[in-house]
Design a protein around this ligand. Structure first.
Ligand code: NAD
Ligand code: SER
Length: 324
């Protein structure tokens, strides 16, 4: 397990993380060995130009099964999900996609004896009652969002499949992911991405959380590294499986704006908190990731300063190329 990955199916591949993770997985395992899937049409996407793709709704278990058999898949990276803000607006959809979708993937994994199923979790598993500073890996999990609730249940379901059926299910609790390629899809931490796009395009941004809101964040290269490092970690070293905290940086919204201003001095940011403020307030300000460091050697490469510099460089290049 772990070192035995040969043919990978990625669900939700058109999303913020999938669009970049597929490219990295293809570099590691070979372009033909990574099948990118999403419920949306992938034809014409960058992913379709670089390797196999298929339209796949994770609510369709028979189609997941058919795809696994057809492509001789041994590992599923299950990214299809409804994120926190969209989930609060549409809890019914969040429950269906995040729970039924995961259950379908795990059942296919069990029946077809897959080597591994990788399922991201989130800092959204935490909520009122959890220590907000340096939140421990193993602590109170009482989220106040439908999204968080499905992530807690997902972690437990994954552990159940490992304990009961020996299916190697792994997962990390990503913080807010910041990236310059694909915009995020309906989360609470989206402001930390949108601020860069707006700074580069228009020189100003209205932020939907208060200036003093501090949340854990991670730059995409570290997200890819964390995911792929955990995928190949020797199973016998893992005491946790589906629920690793992974930290990289934590900052207030106003600190992010100040860092951007070092590169774009005229940048202006104002703050108009909306319904997402309540979600942000319920999440940790920073996380303790000692379990990930100990069990599979997690170390981030980017902090606020180096992430900001790289984000602005990439987005300015895309802006000049007329892509934004
Ligand atoms: P995203 O919203 O950008 O992408 C999700 C993708 O899933 C979309 O392309 C969407 O079309 C697809 N999808 C939705 N319903 C589907 C269905 N029924 N069948 C198949 N595909 C479907 O999400 P992301 O940011 O790439 O997140 C990937 C994973 O990482 C999710 O599990 C998410 O909870 C987790 N995560 C993300 C972040 C973050 O900041 N991006 C933080 C914590 C955890
Ligand atoms: N970035 C995600 C969200 O805001 C956290 O899981 O929903």
């Amino acid at each position: 397990m772990g070192d035995n990955i040969q043919r990978v199916l990625v669900t939700g591949a058109l999303g913020q993380i999938g669009s970049e993770l597929c490219a990295s997985l293809r570099q590691r395992y070979g372009a033909d060995n990574v099948v990118a899937s999403d419920c949306k049409d992938l034809s014409g996407s960058k992913l379709a130009k670089a390797g196999p793709t298929c339209t796949l709704d994770v609510l369709d278990r028979a189609l997941i099964e058919k795809t696994v058999v057809h492509y001789k898949i041994d590992t599923i990276v299950h990214l299809a999900a409804i994120l926190s803000a969209t989930g609060e607006a549409n809890p019914d959809l969040a429950w269906k996609v995040n729970m039924d979708g995961l259950y379908n993937v795990l059942e296919v994994g069990r029946v077809h004896h897959l080597n591994q199923v990788m399922v991201p979790s989130s800092i959204a598993v935490f909520g009122p009652g959890t220590p907000l500073e340096n939140t421990p890996n193993d602590t109170i999990l009482r989220p106040s969002t439908m999204y968080g609730l499905t992530k807690v249940a997902g972690e437990l379901l994954g552990s159940y499949y490992f304990d009961k059926f020996g299916l190697d299910v792994r997962g990390l609790r990503y913080p807010g992911i910041i990236s310059a390629e694909t915009p995020p899809g309906g989360g609470t931490t989206d402001y930390a991405v949108a601020i860069f796009y707006e700074a580069v395009k228009h020189g100003r941004y209205t932020c939907f959380v208060r200036d003093d809101t501090r949340l854990p964040m991670m730059y995409m290269p570290d997200c890819l590294k964390a995911t792929m490092d955990l995928m190949v970690a020797p199973l016998h070293n893992l005491k946790h499986h589906t629920d690793f905290n992974v930290g990289a940086m934590s900052f207030r919204a106003c600190e992010l704006a100040a860092e951007i201003r070092k590169h774009i001095p005229s940048f202006q940011c104002d703050y108009q908190p909306d319904r997402r403020q309540n979600i942000a307030d319920s999440w940790p300000r920073s996380v303790a990731d000692d379990a990930a460091r100990r069990e599979w050697g997690w170390r981030p490469n980017f902090d606020l300063e180096t992430m900001t510099e790289d984000m602005i460089k990439r987005l300015q290049a895309r802006h000049q190329a007329g892509e934004l």
